[in-house]
Ligand binder design. Structure first.
Ligand SMILES: Cc1cc2nc3c(=O)[nH]c(=O)nc-3n(C[C@H](O)[C@H](O)[C@H](O)COP(=O)(O)OP(=O)(O)OC[C@H]3O[C@@H](n4cnc5c(N)ncnc54)[C@H](O)[C@@H]3O)c2cc1C
Length: 302
């Protein structure tokens, strides 16, 4: 990494928020991924300056949230990873409206909603991502999705220009938004919830959490559902029916508890996971003529 760039970076953001040769396995729920040249955890104020600096020095940069939908390659990431963390995690509630910075975790925002007696985001309480990552993915569960509760999103483009986009402009559909193709960074999201009963909201969240514990292999690192749900099917059922329950490549395994999850069973590499995903896709295609599409996003060098 260019020394002049690093010196300039140190002028923009405190040394304690700059991590060189940072193992990405510490920033992904798969617990997989080689080193990022540099990882930074900026505040909302520092973010535009860092993006401008990267552009000036022609250093590529990538945005990550909690890394709960990412598969980072074993050779890591050349350039700068900008991780949205709690330094960009303010949550403000005003009546039935909640505004949260992109790095706030869904769990924290859902807890705040419950505390304020606001209903509508119970479905999201157990999804282990940030609100920024949840909007990009239009994350959803148990009949709800981010699309139902977002009213607008504050984004920044690669030139540091900020703008407010309405929910319609995000083009949200099943695990999709237009944000990656437009290279927009999410800075803040605004959600509209409804008045409800705090005890009932907490009870619903606890019930859904319990369902996850029972059905999902939460005892192992993973990125949740590895594949998207193909129209008219369930990925997990197709994989199970193809006889792949427990199928293993190196340290990666199709979870016995839920075949829709690939887990890091035992020191898996990104290559193990990729290979397993390819073999699962080929077998399901051959058995049922259905093409599985990854839900997990690949990042870096494999
Ligand atoms: C155990 C487990 C259970 C899960 N259950 C569910 C579930 O029920 N439903 C569901 O939908 N998902 C689920 N997931 C997947 C994952 O939690 C969601 O996709 C989540 O929304 C990802 O958020 P993140 O902050 O971790 O994003 P990351 O994984 O860090 O990033 C995902 C994508 O968003 C981009 N991104 C992140 N933040 C920003 C930002 N601020 N601006 C621009 N781009 C950004 C990244 O570049 C990347 O392309 C699960 C994952 C796990 C591990």
């Amino acid at each position: 990494m260019n020394n002049e760039f690093l010196n300039e970076l140190r002028k923009k953001i405190g040394a304690e928020f700059i991590f060189e040769k940072e193992p990405m396995k510490q920033h992904t729920t798969f617990r997989v991924g080689g080193p990022a040249d540099v990882l930074v955890t900026p505040s909302a104020e520092e973010l535009p300056e860092i993006v401008t600096l990267c552009r000036t020095f022609e250093v590529p940069y990538y945005i990550v949230g909690n890394g709960s939908n990412l598969l980072v390659g074993d050779k890591g990431i050349r350039g700068v990873v900008i991780a949205m963390t709690n330094r960009m995690g303010d949550i403000v509630c005003d009546g039935e409206t909640i505004t949260a910075e992109a790095g706030a975790s869904l769990g924290r925002v859902a807890a705040k909603a419950a505390e304020e007696g606001l209903t509508g985001m119970e479905f999201a309480a157990g999804i282990p991502g940030t609100v920024g990552g949840a909007v990009v993915m239009n994350a959803g569960a148990y009949g709800g999705e981010m699309k139902d509760i977002i009213t607008s999103v504050l984004v920044m483009d690669e030139f540091g220009e900020k703008k407010e986009l309405s929910v319609e402009e995000l083009d949200l559909s099943y695990r999709h938004s237009c944000l990656p193709e437009k290279r927009y960074m999410i800075l803040q999201i605004t959600m509209q919830l409804q008045k409800g009963c705090a005890d009932e909201i907490r009870a619903k969240m606890a019930e859904l959490r319990e369902l996850r514990i029972t059905k999902q292999p939460l005892e192992y690192p993973s990125a949740g559902s590895t594949f998207k749900r193909p129209e008219g099917y369930f990925a997990g059922k197709l994989i199970m029916d193809a006889g792949l329950r427990g199928f293993q490549v190196g340290g990666a395994q199709v979870a016995e508890k839920h075949c829709g999850f690939v887990i890091n069973k035992d020191h898996a590499t990104a290559m193990d996971i990729c290979q397993l995903m390819q073999e699962v896709t080929a077998k399901v295609e051959a058995e049922f003529g259905v093409t599985l599409e990854p839900e997990v996003k690949m990042l870096g060098e494999f």
